[in-house]
Design a protein around this ligand. Structure first.
Ligand code: AMP
Ligand code: MG
Length: 470
């Protein structure tokens, strides 16, 4: 079976200093763990060919398909607020771009594909755990309607990866509308490379924001998408975990699933990442962090906007994130509560409910889905007089339960399930992976086969941290 991919690599046509040409480093013994057949078809790729030995060799980085121009992208970034002028793809290789069935340009990138000139001390590899976590969580996000990078495949490498201990290696094939980050702009700004900033801005406008003009227009457009993206995360209880500027895509897609997680028990101060000691990227911080990151984008674009003279307008654009975020948040929570988004009571009603949920550590997903299904909310919450008052006020609005079921997932990739799936996969059992994939493809359905996946973790099952040891 031959694999034909019609690559058209626009990033590789940008100036040399945007990347380093670098082929993936072959792995010992590729074995397919997961293949996303619907996504393959969207990309115009034949799933059977991708699943053949030739296809798997490509997905592992052992064979470079015709038309690919593999490269590692250069970027910089603020990591936990600290500036790093030189990051770049240390373990990811962009194979190339394809134009999908709907005319959208998509990157195909291999993550865990070996060392590159940007690897610094790293081994260029990934292990099965984070690869399957990203596969499952990013696909679940997509199924919930959240803009996100996608997962095309996960391939075990047959090699051992050293982290806190030894783990089996894997390569993820990731698909994105691009992998251009806030940090990509910062990289050229820091080098005072105006020519590159101009070329990058034009590339991004053409690729992601056709019709938008100029650096100020780009900033405005990115602020709008990020404000809406983060509001959507918040409405699902999603915590990204590492919102560094190099992990924020200018396309507005969620990118770089590391120590990310969906909250079980609701509390706005929740943090998962083991490396986030000060809670910089806690749930409640996410909108402010988005604005902080976009202020860095504004800074990087300033030379194209007229320097000092542009500061007042650029500042206003970045500060405008709060208003767009608030509007989108209200729209999302109105849907979650089955209310009219124009009803001025939405915001206070949603806030009262969330306050009661936080006070009782009510499970986020379960509570909203119970309200949608007219079922029982968690007992500690139900027992609160303030919640009973809230429920009366809310029911008086005759909430639309059908709309609620379409806005409140029954199934999310709960952290304890993801961890158990990873442990099973490491032990050679892919059944939990396959089950999670099937259930999460339809997260808003009430499918009794998957009722067990709705259940929050028992005390001893709770995963309180996810590790960045990716
Ligand atoms: P991340 O935390 O995955 O967003 O990565 C931050 C930076 O570290 C990026 O430049 C990555 O390419 C690089 N990096 C992360 N893990 C590795 C690794 N195992 N080998 C080489 N570079 C890595
Ligand atoms: Mg990253």
């Amino acid at each position: 079976m031959t694999l034909h991919i019609a690559f058209d690599n626009s990033y590789a046509r940008l100036p040399d200093r945007f990347y380093v040409r670098q082929a993936p480093v072959p792995v010992a013994e590729p074995r397919l763990l997961a293949l996303n057949e619907p996504l393959a078809r969207d990309l115009g790729l034949d799933p059977a060919a991708l699943g053949s030995p030739e296809g798997i060799a490509m997905l592992a980085g052992n064979a470079v398909p015709e038309g690919a121009e593999p490269l590692a992208q250069a970027y910089a970034g603020h990591q936990f607020g600290g500036w790093n002028p030189q990051l770049g793809d240390g373990r990811a290789i962009l194979l190339g771009e394809v134009v999908d069935q709907s005319g959208q340009r998509r990157d195909i990138q291999l993550k865990g594909a070996g060392r590159t000139p940007f690897s610094r001390m790293g081994d260029g590899r990934a292990w099965v755990g984070p690869v399957l976590r990203e596969f499952v969580v990013s696909e679940a996000m997509h199924a919930m309607g959240v803009p996100t990078t996608r997962a095309l495949s996960a391939v075990a490498t047959g090699e051992t990866i050293r982290r806190e201990r030894a783990y089996p290696g894997a390569v993820l094939a990731r698909v994105a509308s691009s992998h251009i980050r806030v940090g990509t702009f910062q990289y050229f700004y820091a080098r005072n490379d105006m020519e590159a900033l101009v070329a990058l801005t034009e590339h991004v406008l053409q690729r992601h924001y056709p019709g938008v003009e100029g650096a100020m227009g780009l900033l405005r457009a990115v602020v709008d998408r990020q404000a809406r993206l983060v509001a959507q995360w918040m409405s699902l209880g999603f915590i990204h975990g590492v919102m560094n500027t190099d992990n924020m895509a200018v396309s507005g897609e969620t990118i770089d699933y590391g120590p990310c997680a969906f909250m079980d028990a609701y509390h706005p101060d929740t943090v998962f990442s083991s490396i986030d000691a000060y809670g910089r990227y806690a749930y409640r911080q996410q909108p402010q962090v988005a604005a902080w990151n976009l202020a860095q984008l504004a800074t990087a674009l300033l030379p194209l906007m007229g320097n000092e003279a542009a500061i007042p307008e650029a500042t206003e654009v970045v500060q405008g994130l709060a208003g767009i975020y608030a509007e989108e948040w209200t729209r999302r929570f109105a849907a979650k509560l089955g209310l009219d988004p124009a009803d001025p009571d939405v915001q206070p009603l949603a806030t009262r409910l969330l306050d009661q949920m936080a006070a009782t550590w009510a499970d986020f997903t379960l509570t909203f889905r119970a309200l949608a299904e007219d079922g029982e909310v968690p007992a500690d919450l139900a027992a609160q007089p303030a919640f009973q008052d809230w429920r009366r006020d809310w029911e008086a609005k005759s909430p639309d339960r059908d709309a609620m079921r379409a806005a409140n997932p029954a199934i999310i990739p709960r952290n304890h399930r993801v961890e158990a799936m990873i442990q099973a996969a490491v032990a050679g059992d892919l059944a939990p992976l396959d089950e999670l994939r099937e259930a999460l493809a339809r997260p808003f359905d009430s499918d009794s086969r998957f009722d067990h996946l709705r259940v929050p973790p028992q005390e001893e099952e709770r995963v309180v941290q996810t590790f960045c040891g990716t």
